[in-house]
Design a protein around this ligand. Structure first.
Ligand code: GLN
Ligand code: ZN
Length: 754
């Protein structure tokens, strides 16, 4: 009989119960309701999986904040500064590491592979000691066991754990493997003693390009963990193919291997010929990263191939990766058109699909029939109006190389723009949004609910824009913004106005901690029926003589932060978005907006995991940005914004965007990113953020002068802009006012010394 399982389940809850419980705890410090909610969610999710027909549920996939942080705590890989608190109040200590508190700043956070989930980066150092405290996985396994469920603890594997950590002394984290392995061995032993029969060790780093030393680390680690006092070990790989690491993964002394057959179906032949037949093959055949029902005509041939060469006794069917990256239940989405809803599978539906595939393999005719109905339903999708718009397709097909070009070179444009905009040296600006006040949020909610009419809502927005403009004038900023009060979210706002998008009510996915995002669904061809931002920008410009910057979200970011249709290549969807934005750029320009920012904070996160695929991605991503900005007049200054500071590997692509000005994160990294600009003479202007908008702290003028002086060691004065790290929407006016004032003063101070 074919078994079904999954690598992990979303933690947040179908109504984001965990978010609420966390935020209550952070406010009141009362742990009991949080722990109750957590327990209830775990049980609910196991039972849900069980009801969907899953035989082996995952435990320890749950986390109060992040599973990498949990792994650090599991092995006591905790920086000293948190120890006292962790000892006196473990929960408070845990959250201090996750998000800081009044005295302690948080550990760093970074993206989990190519997802929009962020993990907490453990901080290690040479000589680090590890010590096991297996309470969490043990307790969760016992909880599931008590419910009569067959459960498998999930733990991040030792090599990926080290590779995903950072060392504060620059030492090689892999050197800690010898110290870490005994703690893992002890974990396995304790689990085995409790009665655990299988453990899942996640090693997603196996789908990356690995050097010989890292491959060797895998051999050493898994060799050392292979003994009789251990549960059986499932080595889980996901987010791509194993490639040249396949032979390595298949040769490690474990009892089962999970492979991603959605992103890398082509690896199946080699997996089948390499993995010894008595090992369990956990076949990731359903996409854990998207929201679409699977296509039986793609999945069934894979299963046929597997069963032709091995017995189903050693076969598990699973989603490709943890379901953490999918929302929970598509059946809640009753406000979506029925046909669209019928195409969707969130976590729960994905587990139900898995059961259908397993039953089909086991000869169940009803399941087989259900799958053929699913195939027919999905085939009919092609004919649904809006899925295929011939004018949109024709326009993409007719795109000429010309479409990606500005009219003149960057150097020439800079001269034209300096005259047109009459800006001082070191011009000051902001990234776009201003604080989203309670009044604004309230007005938006009331408007949505129909209790405030369009006219009144519009009045609130206009008032806010005027206030933001007057404030910026009063402190002397050079390039103003309208403040984005009309936007709920930088992608949703555009998606709502474009054809081809749909929005869920409960389709939340965890981004980090209690923060969730609700990505729009791109289901059809993208077109712009009418201008989206022009009247707001024009209104703002009508209030002032200073230039007002128009504000758009770039094509790559809209793509990256949406659930993208699975029936058209991503680059084609992105080209459709680029053309829609191009029309918006031109309408802004014709409406008298001389500075236009096209935000691309997600450009970098779209980078494929494997280096060999970077160039192809960057090629189309850059092309799409250039199409959006292409054709504008020399006097129109195009800005872009990115929220990160790791530029070394993409600096050429960033330069190829051909933007006149880019703003980037850099205050937290103390201008470290400027190294990238040391060896590479960046042709455009750059605004390295001088204050961290993620923190409520108001930076001093002196601090910002210092950062700008550092910037001037690698940038020409004529290249440097002065701005915060990112938008101010999450900040309050109380800190925004003094911080921006100090920023403007810092620029003025420095101008005098130029
Ligand atoms: N213009 C957006 C804002 O200021 C940019 C946000 C972002 O980069 N994430 O809010
Ligand atoms: Zn940003």
């Amino acid at each position: 009989m074919t078994h079904t399982t999954y690598l992990g389940f979303p933690r947040i809850g179908r109504r984001r119960e965990l978010k609420r419980a966390l935020e209550n705890y952070w406010r009141d410090g009362d742990a009991a309701p949080l722990l109750d909610t957590a327990k209830e969610l775990r049980q609910r999710h196991w039972q849900l999986a069980h009801a969907a027909g899953i035989q082996i549920v995952a435990v320890n996939d749950f986390s109060l904040y992040d599973h990498v942080l949990d792994t650090a705590v599991l092995f006591d890989a905790v920086p000293d500064r948190y120890r006292a608190l962790l000892h006196s109040d473990p929960l408070a200590g845990y959250f201090a590491m996750a998000r800081g508190n009044r005295e302690l700043h948080a550990l760093e956070m970074t993206k989990w592979f190519d997802t929009n989930y962020h993990y907490i980066v453990p901080e290690l150092h040479a000589g680090q000691r590890f010590q096991l405290n297996a309470n969490k996985p043990l307790a969760e396994w016992l909880e599931a066991h008590a419910l009569g469920l067959h459960a498998r603890p999930v733990v991040l594997g030792p090599v990926s754990f080290l590779l995903l950590s950072k060392t504060i002394d620059g030492s090689d984290a892999l050197h800690l493997l010898d110290a870490l392995i005994p703690a893992y061995a002890e974990l396995l032993e304790q689990l085995a003693q409790a009665g655990v029969t299988w453990i899942q060790l996640d090693e997603p780093c196996l789908v990356q390009d690995l050097d010989a030393a890292t491959q060797q680390a895998y051999v050493a680690a898994y060799g050392a963990l292979a003994n009789d006092i251990s549960p059986k070990r499932l080595l889980a790989t996901y987010f791509g193919g194993l490639g040249e690491n396949l032979a390595l993964a298949a040769s490690l002394p474990v009892d089962g291997l999970h492979v991603d057959l959605v992103r890398a179906p082509e690896q199946l032949d080699t997996v089948l010929s390499t993995l010894p037949p008595h090992r369990v093959l956990s076949a990731g055949v359903i996409d854990g990263r998207n929201i679409w029902r699977s296509h039986p005509e793609q999945v069934l041939p894979l299963l046929d191939k597997i069963t032709a060469s091995r017995s189903t006794d050693h076969l598990w069917l699973a989603p490709s990766c943890s379901l953490l990256h999918a929302p929970i239940d598509a059946s809640q989405e009753t406000s979506l058109p029925a046909h669209l809803r019928s195409w969707l599978a969130f976590a729960q539906q994905k587990l139900e699909e898995l059961s259908l595939y397993a039953h089909t393999l086991d000869g169940n005719a009803q399941a087989k029939h259900a799958l053929s109905e699913q195939a027919a339903l999905l085939a009919a999708r092609k004919q649904t109006p809006g899925v295929h718009k011939s004018d949109v397709r024709a326009r993409v097909n007719a795109l000429s190389p010309q479409a990606t070009q500005r009219r003149s070179s960057l150097a020439h444009r800079r001269r034209v723009q300096t005259d047109a905009l009459s800006l001082p040296p070191l011009p000051t600006t902001t990234i776009g949004s201003f604080p989203q006040t309670e009044t604004l949020r309230h007005a938006r909610a009331e408007h949505r609910a129909g209790r405030v009419d369009d006219g009144a809502y519009e009045g609130v927005l206009r008032e806010e824009i005027e206030r933001v403009i007057r404030f910026q004038e009063s402190i002397g900023l050079d390039v103003l913004v309208h403040g984005e009060p009309e936007r709920n979210d930088m992608v949703e706002y555009f998606g709502e106005q474009l054809d081809g998008f749909a929005f869920t009510r409960h389709g939340w996915v965890q981004s980090y901690g209690s923060r969730c995002v609700k990505p729009p669904i791109i289901w059809g061809d993208v077109a712009r029926p009418q201008p989206m931002t022009v009247r707001w920008s024009r209104y703002a410009q009508s209030l002032t003589d200073k230039p007002v910057k128009g504000m758009l979200t770039g094509p790559v970011t809209v793509l990256q932060w949406s659930f993208v249709r699975d029936d058209l290549p991503r680059d084609q969807v992105c080209l459709q978005l680029a053309l829609a934005l191009r029309d918006e750029v031109h309408d802004l320009e014709n409406g008298g907006i001389g500075v236009i920012q096209i935000d691309e904070p997600a450009l970098r996160e779209g980078l494929p995991i494997r280096h060999a695929e970077h160039a192809a991605y960057l090629d189309w991503a850059v092309r799409c940005f250039r199409i959006a900005a292409g054709g504008t007049s020399d006097a129109t200054q195009i800005h872009t914004h990115m929220c990160y500071s790791e530029f070394n590997d993409i600096i050429e692509a960033v330069a190829a965007l051909d933007a006149d000005v880019i703003s980037i994160e850099s205050s937290r990294s103390r201008m470290e990113l400027l190294h990238a600009f040391e060896d590479f003479r960046y042709p455009g202007s750059i605004g390295p953020g001088v204050y961290d908008i993620h923190s409520p702290r108001v930076p001093s003028q002196a601090e910002m002068v210092d950062l700008l002086e550092r910037a001037l060691t690698v940038l020409e004065p004529g290249q440097l802009w002065v701005n915060p790290d990112c938008g101010l929407k999450t900040r309050g006016w109380k800190e925004t006012e003094p911080a921006l004032l100090a920023m403007v003063e810092a620029a003025k101070q420095l101008r005098q010394s130029l």
